[in-house]
Ligand binder design. Structure first.
Ligand SMILES: Cc1ncc(COP(=O)(O)O)c(C=O)c1O
Length: 450
């Protein structure tokens, strides 16, 4: 007997379909209903049905035939197949409402990813079983160089790119290569709190620098700690306030770093998503004095479980970084790196980004509308994958109330170091797939905190 199945909705649907195919109810070659029609019938979103179809395509039960639709694969033999997998309950839970740091999990083209990876897996040679380049595979580093040239106006060589397992690993590589105990680092205040313990573990001291409507206040940074060796910041879209670092401040920052021989760490984690206006070029693209270390990640543009990020280091630092990287070797498996390189080279990455910009603008607008309907005030931002809602009173207490009601909101105060300022709730809209869902979550938030 099958064990009771607990998992996301699309997997229930996939399992039911698979069982119908096994029983011969859906014969090989039969066309499945269009996902829109089937979704209406089941009372679920179209994306859920698409995800179920995608799962069965990846497993070989279904096949897509372009415009003609989705069909039961011709090679399928009805009758009981392999036993159902046993579920150990170790599945990833569904994201909580408003959960930050996640891209839209429902919109990632998993079947396409599986196809690209499957092809790589089938065509592997024995050499792919050996350890790869300690700095990351050249195919992937070259694909990143092309992406940065077209999308971010950054000119660099593949040798300057280092593949890591995420932003924390990138920071570790930087600090282990260049840091010395007792060094100071400018941090945005408010800013991303999760990186602070890692910096502290390298015995580097924080110098909090306030953020205003022009981004990090460079003058304040110089006044407080002109002798810092590093400045870590999110110039494209400040995390969490969403402001862009103004052009005069970008030049001020570069002048300070050049004069003091300090290193700027530009965290460009979600710059791909901007919905209004033209983005300013990254600080790295203005880096004549070669003081900028640029950090990117695929966690937001693709998915966080990929654990793939990268650094672009100034050419004079390549040998030092290579040496440090060789102590640990690149942590991203070769198969993932090759798959990702193919995914970029074949244009899937660009298409996905384009699609996601459109969806995120829509999802953001749904949440903004839903929160406004509940009388909340959303602070305007031009891009990114999270938003800030202004609140009066103690935002920590309100965030706690929200979390007790199962809503993954965060208090702006928890992202502050020394700065004082208005309270806010930080939340993500990426996994809100309809206006109705946004309205339901906004109502839950209102009843939790009002
Ligand atoms: C400010 C900031 N930088 C970088 C990252 C990327 O982290 P990772 O590449 O480890 O997923 C995140 C993820 O939430 C972030 O919020």
């Amino acid at each position: 007997m099958n064990r009771p199945f607990s998992g996301p909705r699309y997997q229930h649907i996939a399992r039911q379909l698979k069982s119908a195919i096994e029983q011969g109810e859906f014969a090989p070659g039969k066309r499945l209903p269009a996902s829109r029609v089937y979704a209406q019938e089941l009372g679920v979103s179209r994306a859920t049905v698409e995800a179920a179809y995608g799962e069965l395509v990846a497993q070989g039960w279904l096949e897509r035939r372009g415009q003609a639709g989705t069909f039961v694969s011709s090679g399928v033999v009805p009758g009981p197949s392999a036993p159902e997998p046993v579920w150990f309950g170790g599945e990833q839970p569904e994201p909580q409402p408003f959960q930050m740091g996640l891209p839209a999990l429902d919109l990632f083209p998993r079947a396409l990813w599986a196809k690209v990876m499957g092809r790589r897996l089938r065509t592997q040679t024995r050499f792919d079983l050996a350890l790869g380049d300690v700095c990351g595979e050249m195919t992937l580093r070259s694909a990143i160089v092309d992406y940065l040239r077209f999308s971010r106006s950054i000119e660099c060589m593949p040798e300057q790119v280092f593949i890591t397992t995420g932003f924390a690993a990138s920071m570790t590589l930087i600090l282990q290569t260049l840091g010395r105990p007792g060094d100071k680092i400018w941090l945005e205040d408010p800013g991303f709190p999760l990186i602070r313990p890692l910096i502290a573990s390298q015995q580097i001291a924080f110098s909090p620098v306030p953020v205003d409507e022009e981004g990090m206040n460079i003058e304040a940074g110089i006044a407080n700690a002109a002798d810092a060796r590093f400045a870590l910041l999110t110039p494209a879209h400040q995390s969490p306030l969403g402001v862009a670092l103004s052009l005069p401040r970008r030049h001020q920052l570069l002048d300070w770093a050049a004069g003091r021989e300090a290193w700027i760490i530009e965290d460009d984690y979600d710059s791909e998503f901007r919905y209004q206006g033209k983005p300013l070029p990254p600080v790295k693209s203005l880096d004549a004095p070669q003081r900028v270390i640029y950090a990117g990640t695929f966690s937001k543009s693709l998915f966080p479980a990929l654990r793939t990020a990268w650094l672009v280091v100034p050419a004079p630092l390549v040998a030092q970084f290579r040496q440090q990287a060789s102590y640990a070797a690149c942590g991203v498996p070769l198969l993932w790196q090759h798959t990702l390189a193919d995914f970029i080279r074949e244009g899937h990455f660009w298409r996905h980004l384009k699609k996601m910009r459109h969806h995120y603008a829509q999802r953001r607008q749904w949440l903004e509308q839903a929160l406004t309907e509940q009388g909340f005030e959303v602070i305007p931002q031009h891009g990114g994958i999270q938003l800030v809602m202004a609140v009066k009173g103690d935002d920590r207490e309100l965030a706690l109330k929200g979390r007790r009601a199962g809503l993954a909101v965060q208090a702006l105060s928890d992202w502050r170091i020394n700065s004082q300022g208005a309270g806010g709730l930080l939340m993500s809209f990426t996994n809100i797939s309809s206006l109705a869902m946004a309205q339901q979550q906004a109502r839950m938030l209102a009843s939790a905190i009002k």
